[in-house]
Ligand binder design. Sequence first.
Ligand SMILES: C[S@@+](CC[C@H](N)C(=O)[O-])C[C@H]1O[C@@H](n2cnc3c(N)ncnc32)[C@H](O)[C@@H]1O
Length: 333
Amino acid sequence: MAGHENGAEQPPSYPELELPELLLTDAIRELHSVIENQWDPLRLSACQTAAGRALWKHAVNDPLAGVLAGETYLRRLHEKMKNDHLNNAREVSGVILAVRTLWFDSKIEAAISSFRKRETQVVMLGAGMDARAYRLSCLKDSEVFEVDFNDVLQVKTTLIEAAGGQKPSQLIAKSVTRVAADIREEAWFEKLKQSGYKTERNTVWVLEGILYYLSPSQAMKVLNIIAGMCDHANTVLLADFMNKPSTMLSNSIFQFYSDWPEHLLPSLGLPNVKLSQIGDPDANFGLMNDDPINLFNKLRSLPRTLQINPEDGTPCRRLYLVQASSSPIQDLL
Ligand SMILES: C[S@@+](CC[C@H](N)C(=O)[O-])C[C@H]1O[C@@H](n2cnc3c(N)ncnc32)[C@H](O)[C@@H]1O
């Protein structure tokens, strides 16, 4: 709210961070301090994305996200958002995470309804602190499998149990099965099957914020396994891909990229592909302003063949949101 003091304009204030009460208890503080002190950047990325969902709560309804993210990541992102707000930034930190979450939510729902009430599985690779099984009503008849490292899944289970008794921690999905596995290793798919995943059942594969942490050969192996499932049942793959410039930041831990996922996936056996960019009509959710010099609008106006913006010499870092399926895509819209 704009204030007036001695006639001078005060910058608009930004709401203080409100922490979920559970985060203030000793047991949960201790758990999050283990996360911060012992987890590597791969695992920690799970808390960062949860913080994005928690702080974009006006757009994303994820009541467990704050507890799963932890105080440190909430404070860090809150500070960035506050600075963006005070500096009138064109893009506010975390907006990509909010749009990406809503894009996956909407495509998961569309994919499940395209299966027309037949039994459905949803497999999330690198599920991290994703709480969709507790917040998406479209999952009520679906069996959800969350695949991630053992320590991530254990802490997640403990945090959700600690939130027990509170409404948000009640499961909405038909079931959720946590599968501890490293998807860089071949055994992950066998572990998934042993945990109850059925190859002949219609499946939505959710690869949100995971592919670029793998090496090219590891990512291709994972994509090949998923594409191979098209022969057995209806298969929908939802994934975000970085383009090459996005992985070229100094000290980046990102490895795999694809500049043309719509060519890559059909070559693996997933013939129907639709690619969206942040800001496109189905990847906007009213969270982008129409300013043509908004970063995302600028990128969308440039040919995708360009890796450098000719106007200002900056790298064209793009995140592609991709749905691919064994059946025609119009069934998923
Ligand atoms: C950026 S987070 C995304 C989490 C979640 N999908 C979301 O969007 O909130 C990446 C997740 O992938 C997991 N991950 C990274 N490499 C993995 C691997 N080789 N096997 C299993 N999980 C992995 C991390 O532990 C982390 O939880």
